[in-house]
Design a protein around this ligand. Structure first.
Ligand code: TXA
Ligand code: MG
Length: 535
């Protein structure tokens, strides 16, 4: 498909470009239009076939609803029902402008727009070109941001060209978007009302009209597993450039201290005041204490990082106050909620038998981490006279105890590893005790200001991953692992293979680990630890 660019020369006039865009929209086509927040990908909100083209062009998940753009606040009742007084009050104050209000929808809004929900998101943009196009089209326009799904929102026609060339028939270029981040989204369809997405209209401003407004959990946190998003858009990976971004917590000094200690970053995302101090390629995102300069720059900066080919980026953390909340909401998602230099934390290391977890843990210890060795704890909890040993004797027979009261491991193994049920019984007795002590030790290390590394062959089976900020699986090819355990424990090939097979359960679970650390040629273990920004 050929994509035409219509350049607006005088936004105050009803130009031929506006008419051409409106004609395409009336004909059921998709057109990218400028707004005061970000560029939108518009189609007739009453035309399901046209709306479907938006989803196709963006690659957007079908269950993520669209905002309906109107020409004036008076039109709200044409698409929404049971509109509360607070909605009119909000719109009187903030519309036209960067505010989206979620209301109960009327039947004229098709399920394609609302993604099957009973609500509709309504916004009246203040950009004169957006307004002129909606008026000329004569219908409400459904429009998400005009980026490919998951990527940063476009704040200039060039950004839309990058993402949408060949995918839509036309882009209207109305110059750079003023706000730079998408509208504030507030739902009045819930009680109390909820701020779903912060923008340049702040929570404090909304509270003048909505005193009981709550800020949704998902604004600053990843969606908890199994929870449904109040706003479907919040569950997706979002605003992400190709580069991996890490937010370094703390002030300017803490940031540059961290950058010096950890060479992993190939570019920095900083405030203007930081640029002179950068010894690596840097991209700026506005001024430290002026969040409105940050919203204006953020998405452009994220796109610039990809243009300069950055792979690993360390970013300054913006303030969360006022408009800053909107900046943090976007940057945290762009960074996939990866933070560095925060309070020390717990790292979980697992790995297949023979993969060489100990080697990796020894390197982490040399780099300053405190290792919590669960194999050692497993021996401690069955020390003579321990409650766990007494429980095992009750479960598997008194003869698993040697005359001196110590555990006879061979006898226990013979009893426990005859069936899955008896093996599970053994785990049910020992795992909770091991987990409890491992966490006590890890937390003590963290309290003392150190990063704790829990070295646990059964990290996932025992459920320890839940307590770890990051998990790492150490890997090596099967022949290497078999050769290593044969050499270490003097086993035959068949015995070694049996041991590897016994760990299949954990092996499958541990695929979920955040990182895989390759402990085989060319090794480079320290470099991998650094690239994962573990410490
Ligand atoms: O500034 C903006 O709002 C831009 C411009 C183009 O107007 N539009 C925009 O649309 O950002 P989009 O689709 O990228 O983001 C809309 C967000 C999504 O997170 C979506 O899930 C949420 O609003 N949303 C839309 N309708 C909703 C509804 N009925 N209930 C809850 N959330 C809704
Ligand atoms: Mg979007």
């Amino acid at each position: 498909m050929n994509t035409v660019l219509y350049k607006i020369t005088d936004p105050a006039k009803q130009t031929a470009e506006v008419s051409a865009a409106a004609a395409l929209l009336k004909a059921g086509e998709v057109v990218a239009i400028p707004t005061e927040t970000v560029y939108g990908l518009a189609a007739n909100a009453f035309d399901p076939a046209a709306v479907k083209k938006i989803f196709a062009a963006k690659g957007r998940p079908q269950d993520n609803p669209l905002i309906v753009h109107l020409a004036s606040p008076e039109e709200v009742d044409t698409v929404a029902r049971d509109v509360p007084a607070a909605a009119y009050a909000l719109m009187k104050r903030f519309s036209p402008g960067p505010l989206t209000v979620i209301l109960h929808k009327k039947d004229c809004i098709p399920p394609e727009v609302s993604a099957g929900l009973s609500t509709v998101a309504v916004r009246i943009p203040s950009h004169p070109v957006a307004n002129a196009i909606i008026r000329a089209a004569g219908v409400p326009l459904a429009a998400p941001s005009a980026n490919l799904s998951g990527f940063p929102s476009p704040t200039a026609a060039e950004d839309v060209l990058d993402d949408m060339t060949g995918r839509i028939p036309a882009i209207v270029d109305g110059g750079p978007s003023e706000a730079g981040i998408e509208s504030t989204v507030v739902t009045l369809a819930t009680d109390p009302p909820r701020l779903l997405r912060p923008g340049v209209i702040t929570a404090e401003q909304l509270r003048e009209f909505l005193p009981d407004l709550v800020v949704d959990e998902a604004v600053l946190h990843p969606l908890a597993e199994g929870k449904t998003a109040a706003s479907p858009g919040m569950k997706y990976k979002h605003y992400s450039p190709k580069a991996q971004i890490y937010i370094v917590k703390g002030d300017q000094a803490a940031f540059f201290g961290y950058v010096k200690r950890n060479p992993a970053a190939d570019a920095l995302l900083v405030f203007e005041e930081d640029a002179p101090l950068c010894e690596k390629p840097c991209v700026t995102m506005g001024k430290t204490d002026e969040p409105l300069t940050q919203t204006g720059r953020l998405f452009t900066a994220l796109r610039e990082l990809d243009r300069i080919g950055a792979k690993t980026v360390f970013a300054r953390e913006p303030s969360k106050e006022g408009v800053g909340l909107g900046v943090c909401n976007r940057l945290y998602r762009a960074a996939g909620f990866r933070f560095l230099n925060g309070p020390p934390r717990i790292i979980g290391v697992c790995g297949q038998t023979g993969a060489g977890k100990s080697t990796v843990c020894a390197r982490l210890a040399a780099m300053g981490a405190q290792i919590v060795d669960t194999d050692m704890i497993a021996r401690e909890v069955v020390a003579p006279g321990s409650p766990v040993l007494a429980e095992l004797a009750a479960a598997f027979g008194e003869d698993i105890l040697l005359p001196n009261g110590a555990l006879d491991r061979k006898t226990l193994a013979a009893r426990a590893f005859v069936s899955a049920a008896s093996a599970a019984r053994l785990s049910a007795v020992t795992h909770p005790a091991i987990v409890k002590i491992a966490l006590q030790r890890a937390n003590a290390a963290v309290a003392a200001g150190k990063t704790a590394v829990i070295d646990a062959p059964l990290l996932f089976t025992a459920g320890l991953q839940k307590y770890c900020a990051v998990t790492v699986k150490v890997t090596a090819p099967e022949e290497t692992r078999i050769a290593r355990i044969r050499a270490r424990d003097g086993l035959t090939e068949a015995e070694a293979k049996k041991r590897v097979a016994a760990q299949a359960g954990e092996d499958a679970l541990s695929e979920q680990a955040d990182f895989q650390l390759k402990n085989y040629p060319p090794y480079e273990i320290d470099a991998q630890i650094t690239a994962m920004c573990l410490l």
